[in-house]
Design a binder for this molecule. Sequence first.
Ligand code: MLT
Length: 312
Amino acid sequence: MSSVILDNKKTIKTLNNIAESGLKIFNKDNYTIDNESENPDAIAVRSFNMHDLEFGDNLKAIARAGAGVNNIPVDKCTERGIVVFNTPGANANAVKELVLTSLIASSRNLFEGTTWARTLKGKGDQISKHVETGKKQFVGKEIKGKTLGVIGLGAIGALVANDALNLDMDVIGFDPFISVDTAWNLSRTVHRAMTIEELFANSDYITVHVPLTDDTKGMFNEKTFSIMKNDVTILNFSRDGLVNESDMAAALESGKVGKFITDFPSEEVLNMKNVVPFPHLGASTKESEENCAVMASHQVKDFLETGNIKNA
Ligand code: MLT
C-alpha cells in the first residue's frame, strides 16, 4: 500500500451505492467521501445516468464500477481532460452465471412452471392430481448438443463460451472487435464464425456480450431475425438498445423468436408470455459489487496519487 500523503485532501463522491470494501481503500488522511459535494476530485458511479450533470472544475476522474460506460458522457470528459475508468472483467463471473442459469431455466420452462405451480394454492389434497397437468404442460428441452452463438468474446463472452462447452453445447463465437487469432485461443473448440450472419443462421440460442455503440445499436432487428432459425432463444444481458424491441415483439408473436431473456425490460415485450425479463440483475451479486468497487477505487487512488492510468 502506498504511504503517499497528498498536499490537499481529495474529495470522492459516489452516485450509486459503491461497496464499502472499495470505499475503504480511500484512507482518511488523504480522502473525504462526500456524496453531497458539488466539486469532487473523482466520482464513482454504477448505472446512474451522468449525461445531464454539470461537472465541477476539480473533477479529474470518473470510475464506472461496471463494464458499460454509456451512462457517462465520455466525449465531454475527453474534451475536459477527465479520465474515465471502467472495471473490465470484475463482474464477468456474475453475468456468466446468470446467462447460463437463465438459459437452462428457460429451456426447462422453470419460470412459467413456478408461476403456474403457485396457482395450485387452495387445491388441498387435489394438488397432486393437478401437478400431472403441469408436468405435461411444461416439458422442456435439454441444452446438450444444441448450438449457442456467443456474440462478443471479451471477459464475459469468453467465460460463457467455455462453460457452455462444459455443458456439452456446441459453441459458435463471433466478435466484431477482435480480429487477431490469439483471441480464439480461449478455446479451440469454439467455432469461429467469419460473419455474424453465419452465427445467426446456425444458433439455437444466441447471447450477446458487446457494448452499445453506433455499430451495435439495434443489431437484433427484423432483418437479422429473418436469418435466424425458427424458435431461437435470445439472451440480452449487455445493454438495452442492442435489440429493436418492436421488431422483437413481432418476432416473438410469429414464433421466429421462441424466447427472449432480457435484463432490460421494455414496454413493447414486457408482458409477452415468451419473455423472461429481469431488472438488470446480471452483475448484481455481493461478490461482483465488491470486485467492481475495489478495482474502481484502486484505479482512482492510483491516478490521483501518481498520475497512473491503469484500466484494470
Ligand atoms: C455493467 O455494465 O457492468 C453493469 O451494468 C453493471 C451494473 O449492473 O451496475
